[in-house]
Design a protein around this ligand. Structure first.
Ligand code: HEC
Length: 554
């Protein structure tokens, strides 16, 4: 088919893709109802979809074997062995190596750096099982070896492996267990069963394709791909049964219903909150790099209260029937507790921050104006506009930003009495700098209305703060703004912002960067997200999971 013959929809590679998605059973609630839309607006979104995700490459990305993340292991053990883990694995095992803050799947391994913590944690669980074995193997009066023991051991292994285990292997595990009961007794043997199962690759890993089965995943493998991708949890946490996996995803209609239900679940919304935390690079209270010598008010208590505010805000937004990105970026209110009220001019609603407080609309709007987000990109001694701007350019707008050439003397002039902005402007106006800094600088300067902690300010060093910027580096029409709120409105309305968000969400959920062969899906996700400015978050996760990257991969 030649390009000139294509309809605009086909041009964006959408017609086929939309049919595919509807085909796998978009439930009415999630179905795009874009019939009576003004044509021009829709065409603009289509053009952007094509511009940002142009490839039509047909290729199945390389298959991976995933080690479960720490969150996923915790959720799995919580369902499998409730009450047996003294602490979450997350609190004892070091964070996996990060790439732009996401736990990239290929970096998830069991290695010298984490195997000690992992196996120590499992040993701790086994010790508690030994104290209370009937919580795992619910058989009375054991030994001698009986049917109950065999049945329960089999059931335990099957659930631990989320149904992805052959009968042979189950037979071996049961034989190992019953021999153990005879040799070392019920309690010790049950502890050993748990230890062996939790250390097994079938527990710790899951597959993207199964080369032993014609590259097709079994229903059980597919079901866990769905639940871990959407919710970081095993099927059982979502009231789905691994051993009856084939009933959930067989027909397109069943798949649509199952995925829809998982996407709407509480664990799925908790994963979305984790995505936001990673995307915004929100720091944990002990990770901020704000100097307490310069900001004595930045106590550990304040740091946690700041983080609490944003996490609370996110969880309220994400619990809505239809959470949207625009509500998160444009919220007129926040949960200002007593501890952080000093950062806001607004008075705290109550000590616990239970009800939202209306913010001063000339000073704050949405998540990007919250102290935890701002302070995560400041410091140690000042607001760090370049650091803030680089975060915005790279992570929020997905603009390619080369690292600065190493031979450049990237030092800010120390001009007496000048504002940080004035110093940076003077230091980076040279031709050798301005190529990058004409984008980085404005993306930091508009936030100068907030100090390092995210507190509103109008002066610095006795000088008036200048937060005006010219936004002429987006693909949208240029705009001049004077306040942080105005700039945030323009930036978050842009197609560039929305396409970047879709990309970031894809990266986080897939645990990898996008490839050209992902463009048809990304185009479709972006279109659905940006069309009519819906910005529907659950729909994005639904589309991703039901796509040929996951459920329809084979
Ligand atoms: C190729 C793009 C590029 C060029 C050219 C460039 N920079 Fe940068 N600059 C960056 C990026 C990206 C960072 C952030 C580095 C990082 O931390 O990853 C940065 C960081 C800085 C910082 C550190 C700011 C902070 O708070 O950490 C200063 C100062 C700076 N640049 C000044 C300059 C000056 C002066 C020039 C010209 C002599 C220059 N840069 C040229 C991209 C560039």
């Amino acid at each position: 088919m030649s390009h000139t013959l294509k309809s605009p929809l086909a041009l964006a590679g959408l017609s086929a893709a939309v049919v595919v998605v509807t085909g796998i059973g978009l439930t009415p609630r999630l179905q795009a109802q874009n019939t009576a839309r003004p044509q021009t607006a829709q065409l603009e979104v289509l053009a952007s979809a094509q511009q940002y995700f142009p490839s039509d490459e047909l290729k199945v990305p390389t298959a991976r074997l995933f080690r479960l993340t720490r969150d996923q292991i915790d959720a799995t053990v919580a369902v499998l062995l409730p009450g047996y883990a003294a602490k979450p694995l997350k609190s004892v095992m070091a964070r996996d190596p990060l790439q732009t803050n996401y736990e990239y799947a290929e970096l998830l391994t069991v290695n010298a750096a984490n195997v000690g913590a992992l196996s120590g944690w499992i040993t701790g669980i086994a010790a508690r099982v030994k104290d209370k074995p009937t919580g795992v193997i619910a058989c009375e009066g054991a030994p001698p070896v009986n049917d109950c023991l065999q049945r329960e051991a089999r059931k335990f292994a099957q659930r631990a492996f989320r149904g992805d285990v052959s009968d042979d292997r189950l037979g071996q595990i049961v034989a190992f267990y019953t021999k153990g009961v005879t040799d070392v007794g019920f309690a010790q043997a049950t502890a050993e069963l748990v230890e062996v199962v939790l250390n097994s690759p079938s527990f710790l890993f899951r597959k993207e394709i199964d080369t032993t089965k014609n590259n097709r995943l079994t229903p059980a493998q597919l079901l866990q791909a769905v639940t871990y991708t959407i919710a970081d949890a095993p099927p059982e946490k979502l009231n789905l049964k691994s051993e009856q996996a084939s009933q959930y995803l067989t027909s397109s209609r069943d798949a649509g219903i199952t995925i829809d239900a998982v996407v709407r679940s509480v664990p799925a919304r908790e994963k979305l909150a984790r995505f936001f935390k990673a995307w915004l690079e929100l720091r944990d209270p002990d990770e901020f790099t704000i100097s307490t010598a310069v900001f004595p008010e930045f106590t550990p208590k304040l740091a946690s209260a700041m983080l609490d505010e944003t996490q609370r805000f996110l969880s309220v937004q994400l619990a809505k029937e239809t959470p949207t990105l625009k509500d998160i970026t444009h919220a007129p209110d926040a949960y200002v507790s007593k501890a952080i009220e000093g950062l806001y001019v607004t008075r705290a609603a109550d000590a616990a921050g239970g009800t939202p407080v209306k913010l001063d609309p000339t000073q704050r709007i949405g998540v990007f104006s919250q102290p935890a987000v701002i302070a995560s990109h400041s410091g140690p001694t000042n607001s760090r506009p370049i650091k803030r701007g680089v975060f915005w350019a790279r992570k929020v707008m997905c603009m390619d930003m080369e690292p600065p050439p190493p031979d450049l003397h990237a030092k800010i002039y120390d001009l007496q009495g000048a504002t940080e902005r004035q110093k940076i402007e003077q230091s980076t106006e040279k031709a050798a700098c301005i190529g990058c800094h004409k984008i980085i600088n404005p993306l930091g300067f508009f936030l100068e209305g907030y100090d390092a902690l995210g507190k509103w300010r109008t002066t610095e060093n006795g000088q008036k703060i200048d937060t005006s910027i010219l936004i002429d580096f987006l693909d949208d029409a240029p705009a001049e703004t004077t306040t942080p709120v105005e700039a945030l409105r323009v930036l978050t309305k842009s197609a560039m912002f929305k396409q970047c968000f879709v990309r970031q969400l894809f990266r986080f959920y897939m645990g990898r960067s996008e490839e050209p062969s992902d463009h048809p899906l990304l185009r479709q996700m972006f279109f659905t997200f940006a069309n009519n400015d819906d910005q529907d978050l659950l729909k994005l996760v639904y589309m991703l999971t039901s796509s040929d990257r996951i459920v329809k991969r084979q």
